[in-house]
Write a protein that binds this ligand. Structure first.
Ligand code: CAA
Ligand code: NAD
Length: 284
């Protein structure tokens, strides 16, 4: 089955990026959020990044206008009734995600594939909230979406080969590289990345070095493009905490316990770059 029309749910940093790469690749997109302001912000960011692409000669102004004309705003899930694919990118919380998937299952046509951009939550459990578990799949983009080449593709227990192949094909049309992984906590990306970030937070917590110095060690010593604490702020400390909780609960292993300092920052509303403060401070 070919995908033509896509609904992206959640217009935050991931959803806006996903919508951008989809419209740039010729897909019609509804960008949906429960907050109008989030849609405004998402579209502003898309326009800014596309203008940069025009300035850098990566697309023409006509291509930019055509891409933007394929984008529609959405504040009602009812818009899912005429799409071939939904990509969900809302908060990393199983209860909230399953509620949305249950609703989408009622609204979307029988052929529609329901994908989640979850960082770590089990696809099999999200799929079980629907009557079409064969058409539910993990489509895990990396942040920032317009720049990062990888899409981790997660097969739930009941994901069909047809669904997998359709999404694999679409990922290639988005100029991304798909990698297939099994439905295990944190998949591959966050099972490997997040314990490193959590360990960096313990290093701050134990006073081993300052956040700046910890990041410098990893940038200059290991050639990482961003230090782990800058990366944690960039991802969102709430998202980092939810991922560590999924790993901790999913494996039942104390090596994945989230650092208390991470919990404290999230409780304080210090969510990183998106809230203006995390391990570092950011301008509004
Ligand atoms: N959105 C879109 N584009 C962005 C961007 C953003 N937030 N930040 C930077 N860019 C673009 C810039 O516009 C620039 O593009 P041009 O080619 O037009 O110049 C390009 O990226 C390079 O940017 P900079 O020169 O300003 O900075 P940089 O060289 O440090 O690169 C970076 C920025 C690509 C983000 C780089 O720092 C990097 O790769 N960081 C690590 C990112 C990473 O690890 N992502 C994965 C996070 S984990 C995840 O996503 C999974 C999860 O579930 C949590
Ligand atoms: P974000 O906080 O930037 O954006 C989430 C958006 O979802 C917000 O605009 C919010 O208003 C909206 N939303 C929340 N509940 C909703 C609902 N019920 N209906 C409609 N809209 C709703 O979050 P984000 O960083 O974009 O992350 C979104 C998802 O992508 C999460 O599952 C996260 O784990 C995953 N993810 C994040 C990253 C990252 O680096 N931040 C990377 C890969 C995957």
């Amino acid at each position: 089955m070919g995908i033509k029309k896509v609904m992206v749910i959640g217009a935050g940093q991931m959803g806006a990026g996903i919508a951008q790469v989809c419209v740039q690749s010729g897909f019609e997109v509804y960008l949906h959020d429960m907050k109008e302001a989030a849609i405004d912000k998402g579209i502003q960011m898309m326009e800014k990044l596309m203008t940069r692409n025009v300035d850098k000669g990566r697309m023409t102004d006509e291509e930019k206008q055509a891409a933007l004309s394929r984008l529609s705003r959405s504040t009602t899930l009812e818009d899912a009734k005429d799409v071939d694919l939904v990509i969900e990118a809302i908060v990393e919380n199983m209860e909230v995600k399953t509620k949305v998937f249950r609703a989408l299952d009622e609204i979307a046509p029988a052929h529609t594939i329901l994908a989640s951009n979850t960082s770590a939550l089990p696809i099999t459990e999200i799929a079980a909230a629907t009557n079409r578990p064969d058409k539910v799949i993990g489509m895990h983009f990396m942040n920032p979406v317009p720049v990062m080449k990888l899409v981790e593709m997660i097969r739930g227990l009941q994901t069909s080969d047809e669904t997998f192949e359709t999404i694999q094909q679409m990922t290639t049309e988005l100029a991304k590289t798909p990698v297939e992984v099994k439905d295990f906590p944190g998949f591959v990306s966050n099972r490997v990345l997040m314990p490193m970030i959590n360990e960096a937070i313990y290093t701050v917590f134990e006073g081993v070095a300052s956040p700046e110095d910890i990041d410098t060690v990893m940038k200059l010593g290991m050639n990482h493009p961003m230090g782990p604490l800058t990366l944690a702020d960039f991802i969102g400390l709430d998202t980092c905490l939810y991922i560590m909780e999924v790993l901790h609960e999913g494996f039942g292993d104390s090596k994945y316990r989230p650092c208390p300092l991470l919990r404290q920052y999230v409780k304080a509303g210090w969510l990183g770059k998106k809230s203006g403060r995390g391990f570092f401070q950011y301008e509004a």
